[in-house]
Design a protein around this ligand. Structure first.
Ligand SMILES: NC(=O)c1ccc[n+]([C@@H]2O[C@H](COP(=O)([O-])OP(=O)(O)OC[C@H]3O[C@@H](n4cnc5c(N)ncnc54)[C@H](OP(=O)(O)O)[C@@H]3O)[C@@H](O)[C@H]2O)c1
Length: 497
């Protein structure tokens, strides 16, 4: 399946498209929800502008019919440019990947700037998707931050529609991947008491339908709505439902321990999602998140789906290798790990290079390069990659278990274990940037260059910019491993081409 293809959800939405409302801005389009909203809006005939913090050719390819502007909610001047001429804006900005310490301050500053510019430019409406939950002394920082953002927007002179969701279940969502990986990989669950808290999850398809639905109904302006799926379950039941679907035998044991930090750390070792995100989500588990009134279903009536059906759809998308957006894609460009190879001044001078000459075609070589880190891992010496990933997880890094969005296709910003795709040139180059804990910055480049007489050279270059003496020691320690790993990897890539 082509990785640009997506499943559209809104065909049975009872509201009518209103492209006459003018330019619609989607912020957070590189994120999990925004990335799925954009194709729906385009398919319904809206003029769509997308605000991204850093542009890449992949975005133009992904949304050729949308206008793309570079803007950052932390920068008022850039926001003004992004919001110029906009009629309605979706506010889907979120900074959980920054980690617990930073996201609250950033969320408040971003929304305050956004509201200021939206009022100045007299936007007609803002649509926000936030979280469920009530202000209380034990409300998690993450949910509190979502409520604070909603409050700031609802007080704006620009009418705001505030949608509030609990856990969102869909292929590629962080919550789904945590549950799925726990159930698949772990036979015994030591369950703390807080897993009895109730939650009302919603499927990604219903979230998108509500977002589009409220855009098309003017009377939803100035109002808040809880949006939920059909079932109210405890977190323990949510795991249990998937255990039944996958017909696994799993043992649940009650635990007297309840420390969120401990559980999020252990969960991060067993799933692809890093501890910083899991901790934000788990802190919210102690708060009941259910809809109560279901007012939205009378205003935008359609058949929502239940938890089990949402899981089945997510599993099927995975089976078909058709995950359109994934939690791992949104990544703060200002983060120190986001520095690109070409931006390094001076360029890294620690380089190790290996190559083979082959009569395989550039297309076939490129295809097999694009499969690294998939079901076959790195084809050879997988234990070494896993060990490096495990050490990284112990150090609270991202590890190798993040996996990848699609088994066979890659796009810029996809993750492959502890790497992130920085550049892709079909049949020529794959450049990966390291996101594991390292005493320095590292890149791995696969390059195919033509030789005479229908031959090609396949190169692998490892670049490293060490940080201090620890970085240098790290590099020299790993050089012998490079020899083993890269020589083998090149051979395996050739065999699979
Ligand atoms: N996913 C869920 O399970 C879930 C559940 C309930 C509610 N929600 C709500 O849905 C909304 C969207 O969530 P999501 O899961 O799609 O988030 P996400 O995947 O983490 O994406 C966040 C988006 O915000 C952008 N962003 C962050 N800081 C920014 C800034 N300073 N300026 C401009 N853009 C910035 C990111 O862009 P970059 O690529 O530049 O980083 C990214 O596109 C959030 O309000 C969230 O609370 C989500």
């Amino acid at each position: 399946m082509d990785w640009y293809s997506e499943e559209l959800f809104c065909h049975d939405l009872p509201t009518k498209p209103r492209p006459e409302i003018g330019l619609v801005l989607v912020t957070g389009a590189t994120g999990y929800i925004g990335g799925r909203l954009v194709p729906e809006l385009l398919a319904r005939g809206y003029r769509v502008r997308i605000m991204v913090r850093s542009s890449s050719p992949e975005q133009l390819e992904r949304w050729p019919d949308a206008e793309i502007v570079v803007g950052d909610a932390m920068n008022v001047a850039k926001l003004r440019k992004a919001l110029e001429g906009v009629s309605v804006a979706f506010y889907l900005i979120h900074s959980m990947l920054l980690g617990k310490k930073e996201f609250e301050t950033m969320d408040i500053q971003a929304v305050t700037n956004f509201r200021f510019v939206a009022e100045e430019l007299k936007l007609k409406r803002i649509i926000y998707l936030g979280g469920l939950g009530k202000y209380s002394s034990n409300l998690s920082n993450h949910l509190k931050s979502r409520l604070n953002v909603a409050e700031i927007l609802m007080k704006s002179k620009v009418p705001c529609t505030n949608l509030r969701a609990a856990i969102i279940i869909g292929s590629g969502s962080a919550s789904y991947e945590i549950i799925n990986n726990l159930v698949r990989n772990w036979p015994v669950y030591i369950i703390p008491a807080w897993t009895d808290t109730l939650c009302q999850p919603i499927s990604i398809r219903d979230v998108i339908k509500y977002l589009v639905g409220v855009l098309e109904l003017e009377e939803t302006a100035g109002k808040s709505f809880g949006i939920c799926g059909d079932d109210i379950l405890s977190y323990k039941d949510m795991i249990g439902t998937l255990v039944k679907i996958l017909r696994k035998k799993r043992l649940f044991l009650n635990s007297p321990l309840s420390g969120i930090r401990l559980y999020s750390y252990i969960t991060s070792l067993l799933t692809p999602v890093p501890a910083s995100i899991i901790q934000c989500l788990m802190e919210g588990i102690k708060n009941e998140v259910i809809c109560g009134s279901n007012e939205i279903s009378t205003i935008i009536p359609f058949k929502t789906i239940g938890y089990k059906a949402s899981l089945l759809r997510a599993l099927s998308r995975e089976d078909h290798d058709a995950i359109y957006t994934r939690w791992s894609e949104a990544y703060p460009p200002a983060h120190s790990l986001a520095m690109k190879l070409y931006e390094m001044e001076p360029p890294p001078h620690f380089i190790s290079s290996y190559s083979i000459s082959t009569d395989k075609s550039a297309r076939d070589l490129y295809k097999s390069i694009c499969r690294i880190g998939g079901p076959e891992g790195w084809f050879h010496n997988n234990w070494m990659w896993r060990l490096r990933g495990f050490i990284d997880r112990i150090l609270m890094g991202v590890g190798t278990s993040r996996g990848r969005r699609s088994e066979s296709e890659l796009r810029i910003n996809d993750v492959i274990g502890f790497w992130r795709v920085e550049d892709l040139i079909p049949d020529k180059r794959l450049l990966l940037r390291a996101e594991m804990k390292l005493p320095g910055k590292a890149w791995l480049e696969f390059l195919i260059s033509p030789e005479m007489q229908d031959k090609n050279t396949l190169w692998v270059h490892a670049y490293f910019q060490p940080k201090g003496i620890a970085g240098r020691l790290y590099w020299y320690n790993f050089l012998p491993f490079h020899f083993i790993i890269f020589k083998d990897l090149l051979k395996q890539l050739e065999i699979r081409s």
